[in-house]
Design a binder for this molecule. Structure first.
Ligand SMILES: Nc1nc2c(ncn2[C@@H]2O[C@H](COP(=O)(O)OP(=O)(O)OP(=O)(O)O)[C@@H](O)[C@H]2O)c(=O)[nH]1
Ligand SMILES: [Zn+2]
Length: 336
């Protein structure tokens, strides 16, 4: 699996200069060597629900972690009361290295970055074929966030009973992204869940989408009944009731076959934090062609070497067009 390089370890590598030249202590014991390992399932106003040895427990971040936030999907080390009993609180003392990180900003001018999910293998971008209308630029933005964060994208197109997927499939064909199309009928007879589940096996998949596309309906069809995100009742995992869709929530697929992470519906997917040089990595067929590019080439400028490389037949024109379309979504436009 790809390691997520740039932003994960900032907090770990900061070391204090040893100004006085003291000799290093010899018998340094790892701190909290008796800590238990867990996974963050959801976060609610500073309280983190974690899965530890099959129990769900409530925890807070230890002060020693400083500003580094633990997010849904994080692998963490916990100490303190790990019983999971009512009114007990454990402490998270360590956040493990992340294999991926899905991030967004509310919009492009908003410097405040929201980490959505850590350690997901896959990003399922859910879009309705109608009601609400598909928004290709929002899909493109989610794709860029997936490529930037080290997640494999999956397109899920819902409500095919209302409109055909042909136009969207044409738009995304050249990106060669796996996709699933589902309808109301297939939701009801179980085919939708089966087909989507095939794409989720053994993976952690974060689901994102505009409000109303049918994301929660689908996630509920995927996970065991007693663990579903509920709107009216108290959730068995988190103990939370209604009005709780402000945070992502990790749910097991059953039989240890993977995890789904439901995220709140988004209106926009800001990309202020994206490093454009990472988007090209999602196009391995084009990467060799960038050898002749000027330094810090945006790959969307006159001197870019990719035009000539593609003209020579090393890769398909449509792929270069797709790359540039994605790079262009980083610029904000009306309606994003
Ligand atoms: N016709 C049709 N309607 C669907 C389908 N899937 C979901 N719906 C309906 O679409 C509406 C929205 O579904 P939700 O699952 O609540 O959508 P969501 O994406 O979770 O929306 P938020 O909770 O706002 O994020 C509901 O009325 C569903 O019954 C489908 O395949 N076909
Ligand atoms: Zn270039």
């Amino acid at each position: 699996m790809r390691r997520y390089g740039k932003h994960t370890d900032e907090d770990d590598i900061r070391t204090r200069p040893n100004r006085k030249g003291n000799r290093p202590r010899t018998n340094i014991r790892p701190k909290h060597e008796d800590a238990a390992e867990g996974m963050v399932l959801t976060v609610d106003r500073g309280r983190l629900t974690c899965l530890v040895e099959g129990r769900t427990i409530t925890a807070m971040k230890a002060r020693e972690l400083g500003r580094k936030a633990a997010v849904v999907g994080d692998r963490v080390s916990l100490v303190g009361d790990l019983s999971g009993q009512k009114d007990t609180l454990a402490r998270i003392v360590r956040i493990g290295e992340r294999s991926s990180l899905l991030r967004r900003t509310a919009d492009d001018d908003d410097p405040y970055e929201r980490v959505v999910v850590a350690n997901a293998d896959q990003l399922a971008i859910v879009t309705a074929l109608a009601d609400p209308e598909p928004r290709p630029r929002l899909i493109d933005r989610c794709l860029v966030a997936a490529f930037d964060g080290g997640l494999e994208p999956l397109l899920v197109m819902t409500k095919s009973d209302l409109a055909s997927p042909d136009k969207l499939l044409e738009l995304y064909g050249d990106l060669e992204i796996p996709y699933v199309v589902t309808s109301r009928e297939e939701l009801e007879n179980g085919d939708a869940a089966d087909r989507v589940r095939e794409q989720l096996d053994g993976k952690t998949t974060a689901f994102v989408g505009h409000s109303g596309v049918g994301k929660t309906t689908l996630v509920n069809a995927l996970v065991p009944e007693d663990l579903r995100r509920t709107t009216g009742h108290v959730n068995a995992v988190t103990g939370r009731g209604r009005h709780t869709t402000t945070s992502a929530l990790a749910l097991p697929l059953g039989d240890g076959s993977g995890w789904v992470v439901d995220t709140p519906g988004v209106r926009s997917f800001g990309l202020a934090h994206i490093d454009p040089s990472r988007v090209i990595n999602a196009f391995p067929d084009l990467v060799p062609g960038t050898a002749g590019c000027p330094r810090a080439c945006s790959h969307d400028e006159p001197d870019c070497a990719l035009d000539a490389w593609v003209a020579e037949g090393h890769a398909r024109q449509a792929r270069l067009y797709s790359l540039r379309r994605l790079l262009a979504t980083r610029e904000r436009r009306e309606g994003d």
